[in-house]
Design a protein. Sequence first.
Lengths: 340, 315
Amino acid sequence: MSFDPRREDYQRLGLRFARELDGSDPATAVHAFSSFGRRFASMRDTLPQSDADRAFHLVADAAVMVDYQLPFAPDEQVDGLVGRAQALLDEAVALDGGCYDAVRMRFAGTRPSFESSYDFLSERAPEVLAACRAQAEAAAAGSFPDRARLGSDIAMRPYWRWMANLAEKALICGRNRACIKLAHELLELDPSDSADVRFTCALAYAKLEDEQGLDAFAAKNAALERGIGAEDAWMLLSRCALAYKRRDFDGARTQLRRIIDGYPHAALNLMDQKELPEGVFSRLAVGPGTEDELMLAISEATVLLLDGRYPFGAWVEEEARRFATPQDLVELEASKKERR
Amino acid sequence: MNAREELVERLALTRRAALGGMSDAAFEELRLAVREAPESFIDTPANQAFALIAQALERFERSSEDDDLLDDDEYLKARRKRHARMVADCDQALALDESCTDARLLKALASEDNPDVLLGMLLDMEEPVEAEGDAWDDVLLRPQLRIRAAAVRACMETARYRMAVEKARACIDLSPSDALGCRHSAALAYARLEDEAGFEELDARFDHRSSAWSLLARAILNFKLGRMGAARRSLAGFSSLVEGGAYALLRPILVDTYMPDRPAVAPCCYEEAMFAVHEADPIIVDVPDFASWAESQPAVRAAAQDYADKYGYDW
């Protein structure tokens, strides 16, 4: 499960709306709730909401712009989109200083170095945890268990995202031990791994060439299997890299085969190894086992694919070529031309 | 590789074996005689092959003396030619003695640009080494040690850091004096793997003797572990203990394939820094902000600038 900003915005207001209906008679409540979807879509201001809810709505709008629209926007629209997103985030922070998604995204908008991002996220993590915990405790105090659970879960999400982002930054900064430690801390607090930080962590184990560590980690998280019939692409790429590093080429090929069998258009993407911009709100919400998911995994695995003077990525490209269809090769050519 | 010296040693040993029962003093006399006129002592195909390799290496070194004056295209052309000549020379040596390990090693280094393939070739060339004491002391075992040291470097080039460490340690076990400097590759690999215990243990094994590699590796290791104060201090150590170290780090230059091993240079001199920085390059790039952080250290920057001014290098 990843974080969908729109869905979260809906959940927040839905939850608040349900709370407001407590105490009214059931018939009125049912009637009122039937209108919620329509009001959310077109008359949002008529729904009860706090400043924090309003701020999050702005975050969701900014997230959609930056993470989902920007990558496809023509050049002339880029500055406009970025400017509008920044303005929304400024407004969100003005409304709610504790809107940590906005705080984090705003900082990312200043184009800091990897190091300063890492420092920023790392220094403020305890403050974010304390704030989210306080919110979560307040939300958990309600009388309906399901609602209390959802409420406290939503309250914690900004912290999950913060930590997942910090772990990702640690990986990129070449601090693989820190990345693993952060991921374990987050998994301890959120065993369901809402942020899928285990994907990032798998790559860090591969970077440290810690095969035993990776195996133990995979076994520990086996319950988080998402029903795509195979391990996720991050884990498979990590295992593949480790086999390659051992010069167990057959073993590495077995892992590549698993990726190719499990994900659509895998050969093309394994040859192309496109680097995508990192999601600013969180890792992009894509379906398990989809081509999009594979693209994200490959992009994040750049730290493995480009490691060394003659990197693992060159071998992956060569191997994947054997599985390429003529159409894949045409598309690869087009993609490479576009990048030039 | 000091091939001329090794040739003398080989020839003296061959002659002693042929003559039988010789005192140490007599052997010393023989050695001097061989050094005066090695050619007249070449009497086996194996020694003849080795003599060709010694010549080939001298020719190779001479041909790269003017590289600094060439532009990129000219350089690549000269390099290609030099490598082709080396391959031809090795073939000639192998025609005389197909088991000439150094010829096989040099031919592989000169002909294979893909380190992944090269590593496979080197591993195939490895043969068991049995030595009493330090294997380096037996001149006939040195080629096998060179194969292993080249394999360690090929591991580094292909991001096989764990394997690099394992192979380096195995080589150091065979030759604790580690004349080929496998410990240097291992120090960098430990930094890359963020393995502080491994790094310290190796450093202690060599009595904490400073080298450009160990000092640079320590700075990278501390940086990766997020100990910025320690990273600053270790970088300052690298900068002050290694002549021109700061300049080598901030203005890295291309170092060509070692043929067949690292040229011998004085500890902590500028050339050593150049080698260390070149070998560390993939590891430095893997820590994207390390180089800019190093450059932002005022003392390091000043040291680099001073060094450039002193020798008239570009800054």
